[in-house]
Design a protein around this ligand. Structure first.
Ligand SMILES: [Fe+2]
Ligand SMILES: [Fe+2]
Length: 304
């Protein structure tokens, strides 16, 4: 399911956090690309720049909006805090636990940092993101009225999210020109496998998921540079999925704008995806620039 626009900055933070969680879980093993000390240092930097603020936004903005909605529904009966569903309560408890582990890591770094602590933090962070992405965010998206969700948009962007967005833009951001590119790292999870999406019988990354990630990176590259009122839709793709990737692996996806045709309306992208060992996929992709109002009117005509 596609994330609501208001929650996308938090989901974007989750992508970054999943990369950290994987590094923490692999610390000290043969698969680790960083030493345990480098892993701990990378996490502490991420925690200070993004994690703490992310937790604060969830605790002070997102969950209070949900709680307020629950309260508005519960005019009688037990105290409305009792109406908070278990996964929402669990988010708060896990925040306390993860904050505790992060503080322990900061205190012990670098001389007394144990692998056990790194692994505990990695697993707690991974499970926490899964809980939010699979249970809590969908619950919030389904329960909150659109007007409330729309009111949250813009209030859930941490300074580190905004910094990442501006860093990912070249100096001439605002113009679409051949040669600009954008990159994002994903982690393969069980729901991304061919078995899970019913596109095949293997338990590695599915081609539909790889395509969705590729489209998403190309979409973001264009979206940041289009004027308000315009967006893009995917119209063509030639994808080659050339190597398998297991659950738990990171996949880096990079899209480059290679050409602009048809009065600036047709955008051609070349996209490559690699895991930690090799190139796993490449695609030629075309997107069409649309005017949102006209497009929405066309959609509405078919909805009748
Ligand atoms: Fe959280
Ligand atoms: Fe979160």
């Amino acid at each position: 399911m596609r994330r609501h626009q208001a929650l996308m900055p938090l989901s974007d933070d989750h992508h970054q956090a999943l990369v950290q969680a994987r590094q923490l879980s692999l610390a000290g093993t043969a698969e680790a690309s960083l030493s345990p000390t480098e892993t701990a240092a990378a996490f502490l930097r991420f925690w200070t720049e993004a994690g703490e603020e992310h937790f604060r936004l969830e605790e002070e903005v997102l969950l209070p909006a949900y709680q307020r909605h629950i309260r508005s529904l519960a005019e009688s009966g037990p105290h409305p805090i009792c109406a908070l569903p278990t996964p929402v309560m669990q988010v708060l408890v896990e925040h306390v636990y993860i904050r505790g582990l992060a503080a322990e890591l900061a205190d012990s770094f670098p001389d007394r940092t144990s692998l056990d602590l790194l692994h505990a933090l990695g697993s707690a962070l991974h499970d926490h993101i899964r809980l939010e992405e699979r249970a809590v965010f969908p619950l919030i998206e389904q329960s909150l009225p659109e007007a409330v969700l729309a009111g949250l948009a813009g209030r859930l962007k941490s300074p580190s999210y905004l910094a990442r967005r501006s860093e990912s833009k070249p100096k001439d951001a605002g113009t679409l020109m051949p040669g600009i590119s954008h990159e994002r790292t994903y982690v393969v999870e069980p729901q991304h496998t061919a078995v899970a999406v019913h596109s095949g019988g293997i338990t590695g990354l599915s081609t539909p998921t790889l395509l969705a990630w590729m489209e998403s990176v190309a979409f973001e590259l264009a979206e940041d540079r289009l004027p308000p009122g315009q967006s893009t839709v995917g119209v063509a793709v030639n994808l080659q999925h050339v190597a398998p990737t297991p659950v738990g692996a990171e996949v880096r996806v990079r899209a480059t704008l290679t050409g602009i045709e048809g009065d600036g309306r047709r955008l051609n992208f070349s996209i490559e995806a690699s895991d930690h060992m090799e190139l796993i996929g490449k695609a030629e992709h075309q997107r069409f620039v649309i005017d949102r109002d006209r497009f929405d009117r066309r959609l509405a005509r078919k909805s009748r």
